[in-house]
Design a protein. Structure first.
Length: 352
């Protein structure tokens, strides 16, 4: 697990998420059957999952000396980061034109089926599904902001928390846009650009901002909160680079999709950029060109990437990022430093 929290704290987070989703369903009642279904789909999209982002908020809160007097505030902010993540996932599926997630219809998929059942053409039904998903993501983005803006804390702390949320949204949007542009461009992206994109997509909203938020709620000064955020930046980059490895080498259970899906789809990732710098690039390029044809071709591409040294080079980058997080954590107290160490270990253990 990326972060461990007590059963009591976890229950407080779950209650805050459930209460927020129940509020959306109640507020939406009377707005029509379609919105009732949309609210229900948002609940399903936010259910389950590892919820490590809210766990990071609570873990940082406790590591920085947070007490039960502010636990409810911490749980509300933690819920905001989970809803932010859900919103990003829903929007990401639209960007990727995906209608399934982990084997079941996502929001777009549910509303596409709904439209087909009402007699829409396949093209029109796709439009309905994507519109519903965009709207669901928008509602959840607003709900995340509302939770932070309404949290029961002094005004200066709320302002700091809103700044963290603002950074998380803007940087993540920039990273997603860069990722889409890399995928569409004819030119091969440089590894520095792809690594920056990997950082922006994940590091701030998944690690830096939740860790800093927990510290702020606990009353940590700006220096300690900034140091914890910097640790989160390194952890988040490492996490995303491990995801890239999983997309290329992980099992279907790890990836939540078909094994080797990034190779099948010829995604521009730091792994591929590193491979271009090796003497084995021609072999990698040739195997990637046919990786979409089936599992044997995927295995050939995996073998070529391994033999080129690109896989080892990416693991070295991951280790460097994790070492940087651990080094920066030495500026923090023992509890916060231990939190960073445990998170780094958990990320390292995900490497396929």
């Amino acid at each position: 697990m990326i972060a461990r929290i007590s059963a009591v704290d976890r229950a407080a987070v779950d209650d805050a998420i459930d209460a927020s989703l129940a509020r959306l369903q109640k507020r939406g009642a009377g707005l029509g059957d379609a919105f009732d279904d949309l609210a229900a789909s948002m609940v399903r999209a936010a259910s389950g999952g590892k919820r490590f982002r809210p766990a990071l908020v609570l873990a940082a809160f406790r590591a920085c000396g947070g007490t039960d007097g502010r636990r409810d505030a911490a749980a509300s902010v933690a819920a905001a980061f989970e809803l932010l993540h859900t919103a990003f996932v829903i929007h990401d599926d639209v960007i990727d034109h995906d209608t399934m997630r982990r084997g079941v219809p996502n929001v777009a998929g549910e509303f596409r089926r709904r439209a087909l059942g009402d007699g829409a053409t396949p093209s029109a039904a796709t439009g309905v599904g994507e519109a519903a998903a965009i709207l669901a993501g928008d509602v959840l983005l607003y709900e995340a902001t509302r939770l932070v803006a309404a949290v029961d804390l002094p005004a200066d702390l709320r302002s700091r928390l809103l700044d963290l949320l603002d950074d998380a949204v803007l940087v993540s949007a920039a990273g997603e846009l860069a990722d889409v542009e890399h995928a569409a461009a004819d030119a091969e992206a440089e590894d520095d650009s792809l690594i920056a994109t990997a950082h922006d997509k994940t590091a701030v909203y998944s690690f830096a901002a939740p860790l800093a938020a927990g510290a702020v709620i606990a009353g940590a000064d700006e220096t300690d909160a900034a140091a914890l955020a910097a640790c989160g930046t390194h952890l988040g980059l490492a996490f995303q680079l491990v995801d890239d490895l999983i997309g290329a080498f992980g099992t279907s259970a790890q990836a939540g999709r078909d094994a080797g899906v990034d190779l099948r789809e010829a995604k521009q990732t730091p792994l591929i950029a590193l491979a271009r710098r090796t003497e084995g690039w021609h072999a990698v390029r040739d195997t990637l060109a046919v990786a979409h044809t089936g599992p044997i071709a995927v295995l050939d591409a995996q073998r070529a990437l391994d033999e080129s040294g690109a896989r080892a080079a990416l693991v070295a980058l991951i280790d460097s990022a994790l070492d940087a997080a651990r080094t920066r954590a030495q500026e923090l107290g023992a509890a916060a430093s231990a939190l960073v160490d445990r998170a780094a270990d958990a990320i390292r253990e995900r490497i396929p």
